[in-house]
Design a protein around this ligand. Sequence first.
Ligand SMILES: [Zn+2]
Length: 106
Amino acid sequence: MAKPWAKAFYSSLAWECCRSSFIAERILADGGLCEICHEELGYIVHHVKELTPANISDPNISLNHSNLQYVCKKCHDKTHGVFCESKQKYFFDSNGQIQPYPPIKI
Ligand SMILES: [Zn+2]
């Protein structure tokens, strides 16, 4: 689901620790609710300032809790649908896998 240049980051121990400590923090704060709609439980840890090849190695961006948001699947899809810079849009299917949007018909 990650962009090719982001794969190493998302499989790194540093991100895994950052992500799980952030989720633990959110669960302590409000039970782990989505920070946007406050209705659904969080599902994805989202980078508020989107990661780029230039900033991904900067821990102040990529591993900074204040740049993270715990969001539900619905809100995350919405965020990326609106702000995604690439022309191709994607969404997360029920298995959490990224899929092109609109779905490709075969
Ligand atoms: Zn939400």
